[in-house]
Design a protein around this ligand. Structure first.
Ligand code: ZN
Length: 417
């Protein structure tokens, strides 16, 4: 089987830059993928869709009493402009969201340790808090070792309202609270709107059953500060290698390859795809999504949003070919989800890195942690399994998402609690 880790690695080298949703890097990433498809004789289609985009113009956090100190912070996207000229208020460290804590937090700017969960955010809005400071990272990280990631309020936050907010390094937050600030000033100004993001699509028409379609997906966008070599230039290169393989070995069924944009903004590329292609979805029998391969130390995994029978088939195959992996029926937060939400089973392939090695969503997601050999090994397994599925005499996977998975999907997509 002509699957080459070296070729995959050379695509990573071409994609070795930040590819943030709606920004120049993402557009450039889409063009590079389209060029690769053209070089193989294919005809890529680039579909654009709108994704939220914000740009922070001004952000500042100052303690103004009983001492003065300015802390380095990043603004929350879509957290409004209410504090463009500086919002002054008393400071409170909100340890818990108990009524007694909330009562004394009213009308103040609150520091909360950890991330900003949607339910906590809703409680903070109801409690009449004026602004928030959320922590980022751990006590170990310093300015030298950690970028202060810009976070954003997601639509599920915003449905409860907005509050101006900033992220602060945990090290600074610890210092600040220890110094007992009384009054703070929070400044945040930003442009909020939307801009184009892109899916890149290429198809190989089936020789015998062209109306039965298997979708292959992988996202190529990254978060800010990350070159996303592990997450997910590796998956991008994997499905490109599958595309190459099946061009040379024409499949019985139609294969549609979709390189998704804006996954990191909430699976927006795959959501846009299923929305724009609603009428064609009934032909899609299966979605194969690849999100992260390549670390030298790690373990191959598959998460199946489909019948248990698919897990058994995968387990049989990995034993047959001697490729140890962990297979589970479960959700995986990636581009398979919008397909499975439409009743299409999805198999999500990934290689989880061993603790202490490859990291994602930060500056350390570099090409140094990914190897050609490891990517090739995983790609070979996926290609081998998929070859059997796409060329089967009778399609072996039922187009069905079982009730237990539907329940999980509905919770994940916040259709139910
Ligand atoms: Zn990813």
């Amino acid at each position: 089987m002509d699957i080459s880790g070296k070729r995959m690695y050379s695509l990573l080298e071409k994609l070795d830059f930040e590819r943030l949703s709606t920004f120049e890097g993402e557009t450039k990433g889409a063009e590079i993928i389209a060029d690769e498809i053209r070089a193989l004789g294919g005809e890529p289609v680039i579909e654009t869709f709108k994704a939220p985009r914000y740009e922070i113009k001004k952000v500042k956090l100052e303690v103004i009493a009983p001492f003065y100190k300015e802390y380095e912070v990043t603004g929350f996207g879509f957290a409004g402009n209410a504090a463009a000229d500086g919002l002054e208020a008393d400071f409170v460290y909100l340890e818990a969201l108990e009524p007694m804590d909330l009562e004394r937090a009213k009308g103040k700017i609150a520091l909360v340790a950890g991330g900003l969960r949607v339910d906590s955010f809703k409680i903070m809005i109801e409690a009449g808090i004026l602004g928030f400071i959320a922590t980022n990272g751990t006590f170990r990280e310093t300015k030298e070792t950690m970028d202060l990631e810009e976070k954003m309020l997601r639509p599920m936050h915003i449905e409860h309202g907005t509050l101006p907010g900033v992220s602060i390094r945990m090290t600074d937050a610890l210092e600040m609270v220890a110094m007992k600030p009384e009054r703070v000033r929070l400044t945040l100004a930003q442009d909020e709107g939307e801009a184009d993001s892109r899916n890149v699509i290429a198809e190989i028409r089936g020789t015998e059953r062209p109306d039965e379609v298997i979708a292959f997906t992988a996202h190529y966008d990254t978060v800010v500060f990350s070159h996303g070599m592990f997450d997910n230039a590796s998956g991008t290169a994997t499905i490109l290698e599958l595309y190459r393989h099946f061009l040379a070995n024409p499949p019985k069924r139609t294969l549609r390859f979709i390189w998704c944009g804006s996954e990191e903004r909430g699976l927006l590329g795959s959501k846009a795809y299923v929305q724009m292609h609603e009428s064609e979805l009934e032909k899609i029998r299966l979605c194969v999504n690849v999100d992260m391969t390549g670390p030298l130390f790690g373990r191959d995994e598959a998460r199946v949003i489909g019948e248990e029978a698919v897990c058994h088939a995968l387990t049989f195959h990995y034993k047959e070919v001697g490729h140890a992996m962990n297979v589970k029926q479960d959700l995986y937060s990636s581009d398979g989800i919008p397909f499975s939400d439409k009743g299409i089973p999805s198999i999500n392939f990934m290689r989880l890195s061993a603790p202490g090695t490859a990291q994602i969503h930060c500056r350390y997601d570099t090409i140094a942690l990914v190897t050609a050999e490891s990517m090739e090994r995983t790609a070979r397994f996926i290609a081998g399994f998929c070859e059997r599925v796409v060329n089967a005499a009778y399609f072996p996977i039922e187009r069905k998402v079982p009730d237990n998975m539907v329940e999980k999907l509905n919770k994940y997509l916040r259709k139910t609690k």
